[in-house]
Ligand binder design. Structure first.
Ligand SMILES: Nc1nc2c(c(=O)[nH]1)N[C@H]1C(S)=C(S)[C@@H](COP(=O)(O)O)O[C@H]1N2
Ligand SMILES: [Mo]
Length: 322
């Protein structure tokens, strides 16, 4: 049964700004609030500093993870976004010049309705959902994040893919004047990614526009990025400006860069190690007090989403198709 609640009154609306920081973190570390209590307030944005625009009309998704989410601070200061630099702190520190609005996305390839659309045309017809997902980076760290977005399938269907559309390709913006990492050649720009059409249309695949009830910060891929929760984080491409329906499998940035280390599928799989490290366990990113006691945890097949997605891969050799 679907239980839908009306949009919440965010507690940041009633909590003085100076109290936002670390109160929850402190309580959580000290064990005063468990997962259940935390969940009810996790998305209430009382960890959010001033200056972030709240998204209106966000509905809670009933199947959200029950694990305690990472804090807004953790989610927005420990990032991978090579366009702003290769260090974890670079995306937050080096993205001050980035302007995510106005924003246009080109939809082309095998579609009956190719065109260029602004952000509002893409997003506004849809109901925003808050979904708490696990995020597992191929580097063996993980987080739990309350994303806000819409199922990608709902958007893609509006642009009528043809019967030849077997894959969906995605491209990140190129703006070296605003993205200092793009002035070096660590990766080939633009960053590109791709999914099979079945993966792109899967109900878990989210087009993300926010986190913790506010618009996506630049470092998390403003103004819109992908989130494919059963795949390694690098599949979840940020700051998307092109979505193309293709007949052939599209190239993807990390498998171009190191084909023996990063495959097209990149499904989270504890049984298939990276050539240079084990994927059997992961470190849940934490800060403050709790980081002193953090133990590694087992990585789950398909990042814990096997019941929902394993059927996409029946008959596929997951060792060869890593
Ligand atoms: N364009 C672009 N998208 C990207 C990346 C990137 O460097 N550039 N990094 C990826 C990787 S490796 C991860 S783990 C996630 C991190 O998302 P987060 O910083 O919001 O946690 O973004 C992915 N999307
Ligand atoms: Mo990653």
């Amino acid at each position: 049964m679907l239980i839908r609640r009306p949009p919440d009154i965010r507690s940041s609306e009633i909590t003085p700004e100076r109290h936002y920081f670390n109160r929850r973190e402190l309580l959580r570390s000290a064990g005063f609030i468990g997962a259940g209590a935390l969940l009810s307030g996790a998305t209430a944005a009382d960890d959010i500093p001033a200056g972030h625009r709240r998204l209106a009309g966000v509905q809670r998704w009933p199947a959200s993870l029950k694990d305690p989410p990472n804090t807004f601070e953790e989610i927005t200061t420990y990032n991978n976004f090579y366009e702003f630099g290769a260090g974890k702190a670079d995306p937050a520190e080096e993205s001050g010049r980035f302007r995510p609005k106005p924003w246009k996305v080109t939809i082309d390839g095998e579609t009956e309705a190719p065109g260029s659309h602004d952000y509002d045309t893409l997003i506004k017809p849809h109901t925003l959902e808050e979904r708490i997902y696990r995020l597992r980076c191929v580097e063996a760290w993980s987080m739990v994040v309350p994303w806000v977005g819409i199922p990608l399938a709902a958007v893609l269907k509006r642009y009528k893919p043809t019967s030849k559309a077997k894959y969906v390709a995605f491209e990140t913006i190129v703006r070296p004047e605003e993205m200092p990492g793009q002035r070096s050649r660590v990766l080939d720009w633009p960053y590109v990614e791709g999914l099979t059409i079945a993966e792109a249309m899967h109900p878990l695949t989210l087009l993300v526009v926010g986190v913790y009830g506010v618009e996506l910060p630049a470092q998390n891929g403003a103004p819109l990025r992908l989130m494919v929760p059963w795949k390694y984080g690098f599949k979840s491409i940020k700051s998307i400006v092109r979505i193309s329906f293709t007949e052939k499998r599209p190239p993807t940035t990390w498998s171009l860069s190191a084909p023996n280390e990063y495959g097209f599928y990149a499904n989270v799989n504890p049984e298939v190690d990276h050539p240079r490290w084990s994927q059997a366990t992961e470190r849940r990113v934490s800060s403050g007090f709790s980081s002193l006691f953090a133990a590694r945890q087992d990585t789950l097949m398909f990042n814990g989403y096997a019941d929902q997605v394993a059927s996409l891969y029946t008959g596929l050799d997951l060792v060869k198709n890593f």
